[in-house]
Design a protein around this ligand. Structure first.
Ligand SMILES: Cc1cc2nc3c(=O)[nH]c(=O)nc-3n(C[C@H](O)[C@H](O)[C@H](O)COP(=O)(O)O)c2cc1C
Length: 200
């Protein structure tokens, strides 16, 4: 069995929904899944700026543990899910990446599978490039980067070849479409299958 770690951050729920769909795909492919939410780095003042952020964070932090370095050691594959933040990975997920320096130094992340997915507010707001920027630390870690590509029919309907995606159109409480979720499930399934093959 392949061990699949999904590390995401979310304030409005789009990336959370994608992460859960990725987890479903991974479990359907026989993976053991740990679903973790990277914790807040901004203060309560920033979280209070948007309706729902504080409440959503409290709800999600009760549901999902914070990711640890031990989770990364356990994992055969790590999927990183992030809201697009000015076209980049959010600082909360980046802080988790930065916490893995000691594992990087000892080569402990080499040959683990890496994959990424992202949510944005606008259709051309940076989903694709946000997933792509996550490939850079994966390369430093020596991970085997596995994007969903167009390796399944689901990827011709939604998502991007670099990673599953969803667009909120700035609507509070918006959730990914069924097609977005299908693409995310496929990504979880594909990553799990490749991780199992590499492990075997
Ligand atoms: C500081 C900040 C920067 C953002 N930058 C972008 C951006 O560059 N492009 C975009 O489309 N949306 C941007 N957004 C919107 C979020 O990416 C979008 O709402 C996303 O769906 C949130 O994911 P979540 O529902 O998982 O929290 C930004 C939001 C914040 C708070």
């Amino acid at each position: 069995m392949a061990n699949i770690l999904i590390v995401f951050h979310s304030r409005d729920g789009m990336t959370e929904a994608l992460a859960n769909a990725v987890a479903e795909g991974a479990m359907a492919a026989g993976g053991g899944v740990r679903l973790r939410r990277a914790r807040e780095l901004v203060g309560a003042d920033v979280m209070a700026l948007a309706p729902g952020w504080t409440e959503n964070a409290t709800r999600m932090n009760a549901l999902y543990e914070a990711p640890t370095a031990d989770d990364a050691v356990w994992a055969d594959a790590i999927l990183f899910g992030t809201p697009s933040r000015f076209g980049l990975v959010c600082s909360e997920v980046k802080a988790y990446l930065d916490s893995l320096g000691a594992l990087w130094a000892r080569g402990k992340l080499v040959n683990k599978v890496g994959s990424a997915f992202a949510a944005s507010a606008t259709p051309h707001g940076g989903n694709e490039v946000t997933s792509l920027t996550l490939f850079i630390p994966m390369a430093h870690f020596g991970m085997v980067i596995v994007p969903p590509g167009f390796a399944d029919g689901a990827m011709f309907k939604a998502g991007t070849p670099y990673g599953a995606s969803a667009v909120s159109h700035n609507k509070p409480g918006a959730l990914p479409s069924d097609a977005d979720l299908d693409a995310a499930r496929f990504q979880g399934q594909r990553v799990t299958e490749i991780a199992r093959r590499l492990k075997g």
